[in-house]
Structure formats: structure tokens, C-alpha cells
Design a protein around this ligand. Structure first.
Ligand code: ZN
Length: 142
């Protein structure tokens, strides 16, 4: 059994808790057509665990962009800050949608660093969001 093994019942519980959407970009599993992945908030390689408190749901793009990183440098303040924690922090406190609903805007140093490091507005997701907006499926309510 690999270090990254998460039992299926735990995967399902995390997915339900995360409302079947990526904790960072809020892309819903149903619209992406791909199963979301389990993100280790603190990566295993820097001492994170497989306990539920360290797990959340993320899309493949966000999870891969995040990699083993936990902090980044905010371009506006020059300060090193932690990446957004979707389990313990409020998305709307750190991010908002732009007026088109296609781009995520960082409102705080944590939000800005996370937008940049996780590449939350990459070209393909922005095009997909444009279609989701046109269909009336996006941005997510609340
Ligand atoms: Zn994502």
C-alpha cells in the first residue's frame, strides 16, 4: 500500500464535505468530466499526513500546480505567505470572480499567491468557464 493510499470511504467523505468541487478553483466534478483528486493540504513530503484534517478535494490542474509547495511570495507586498487552505479558510474572504465570472481574483496576499502559484486562470479553464457562464452554470452560487 503506497503512502498516498486513501481508503475509498474516506475519499467519498472528503468529496462530500468539499461539495464535489475543487477547493481552490471551485470547478465542479460534474462540469470537468474527470474525477477530482485528493489534495494533501500539507504535502506528505513535508510532513503532512493522510488524516482527514489534511485532505481536501482539488482538480488535477490545481493539485499538480501546487505540487509540494506550501507558501509563495505575494507580488504586491513582497511577503512570503501560505497558500490558501480550503479546509480551514473561507474562499470568498480570499478570492472573488471577475465581472465575467471567468477569472479568479485574489483579494488578499494568500489569495494572490494562490491564484499565481496554482495557475487558477489558465487559458483552458478560462475558456471552459466562459461556456459554463453562458450555460448559466457558473459562477457557483453563494
Ligand atoms: Zn482547481
Amino acid at each position: 500500500m503506497s503512502r498516498t493510499y486513501i481508503p475509498l470511504p474516506l475519499r467519498r467523505a472528503i468529496a462530500r464535505e468539499a461539495r464535489y468541487r475543487c477547493g481552490y478553483c471551485l470547478s465542479p466534478e460534474l462540469l470537468s468530466g474527470l474525477p477530482l483528486t485528493i489534495d494533501h493540504l500539507t504535502p506528505l513530503s513535508v510532513g503532512g499526513s493522510n488524516e482527514p484534517e489534511n485532505l481536501w478535494l482539488a482538480c488535477r490542474s490545481c493539485n499538480e500546480s501546487k505540487g509540494n509547495r506550501t507558501v509563495g511570495i505575494d507580488w504586491e507586498t513582497g511577503k512570503t505567505v501560505p497558500l490558501f487552505n480550503p479546509r480551514t479558510q473561507s474562499w470568498h474572504e480570499h478570492f472573488q470572480w471577475d465581472e465575467n465570472g471567468t477569472h479568479i481574483v485574489g483579494l488578499t496576499p494568500i489569495g494572490r499567491v494562490t491564484v499565481t502559484m496554482l495557475n487558477l486562470n489558465h487559458e483552458i479553464i478560462v475558456m471552459a468557464r466562459g461556456r459554463w457562464v453562458a450555460a448559466g452554470w457558473h459562477p457557483p452560487a453563494e
